[in-house]
Write a protein that binds this ligand. Structure first.
Ligand SMILES: Cc1cc2nc3c(=O)[nH]c(=O)nc-3n(C[C@H](O)[C@H](O)[C@H](O)COP(=O)(O)OP(=O)(O)OC[C@H]3O[C@@H](n4cnc5c(N)ncnc54)[C@H](O)[C@@H]3O)c2cc1C
Length: 202
């Protein structure tokens, strides 16, 4: 490919969504990720209604829907008390992250996104990007490279995005959902999120 319009560093949900959106507007896009798909990571696996709407507008939702369970809002729980926030006129969706990623990759391929997996982008000062040892002269460099973003560091935005370290883990249980809400359980030492998934799982 000649110089692309955009080089997207990171092929997680943000990078693939940006890539599909750009392709739908005729842009030439390369997405590069150091992992191979489908990429999984610890996650509560709940999509808010805005996320569902975004997937719909990107042409991904029809493929996701059979693998998703709807939910109607969020319940925040602490010390035996709870507060519910129900969505108005829309629903969220629980979907395994790996299933979401698979479908985003399929849609990106269908849309004509060039995807480079198992390749790390090196980002130098001022946002000069190298892929496989070659400089990529894209008009736009999109940093979708997650929490430890090299793009953010190289372009001087790192100072605004620091927080304490956390550890996250995700487990699936063969227990039918007992609520149509995602539950967020707060505790001094951590937070547990319970998300309804299809096929009798949370
Ligand atoms: C415990 C936990 C629970 C969560 N639960 C939810 C939830 O229920 N619902 C929700 O919407 N969000 C949830 N989130 C947040 C959600 O996981 C993130 O917002 C989301 O993953 C961000 O997606 P992303 O594409 O920006 O980044 P990521 O998914 O982190 O993707 C970044 C990608 O960039 C790649 N990369 C990084 N550097 C380079 C490089 N130099 N070259 C090439 N590739 C590179 C990485 O390999 C990675 O694949 C949760 C997060 C945590 C930690």
């Amino acid at each position: 490919m000649d110089a692309p319009d955009a080089l997207i560093v990171g092929g997680g949900p943000a990078g693939l969504a940006a890539a599909i959106a750009l392709r739908m507007r005729g842009g030439r896009v390369i997405v590069a990720d150091r992992e191979r798909p489908p990429i999984d990571k610890p996650c509560g696996e709940g999509l808010m209604p805005e996320g569902v709407a975004a997937l719909r507008s990107l042409g991904v939702w029809n493929d996701c829907a059979p693998a998703a369970a709807p939910f109607s809002g969020i319940r925040f729980t602490e010390d035996g008390r709870h507060a519910d926030g129900r969505f108005i006129g829309a629903q969220g969706a629980g979907i395994r992250r790996i299933e979401l990623h698979r479908r985003l990759v399929d849609r990106a391929a269908e849309a004509g996104v060039t995807m480079r997996w198992n390749e790390t982008v090196r980002v130098g000062r001022g946002g000069v990007a190298e892929l496989d040892g070659r400089k990529i002269a894209a008009r736009w460099l999109i940093g979708a490279d997650g929490r430890e973003s090299a793009v953010r560091r190289a372009t001087g935005f790192a100072a605004v995005a620091q927080s304490a370290r956390r550890a996250g883990l995700r487990r699936h249980f063969a227990v039918p959902a007992w609520s149509d809400l995602v539950e967020v359980h707060w505790h001094d030492d951590g937070q547990a999120v319970v998300t309804p998934l299809p096929s009798g799982e949370i």
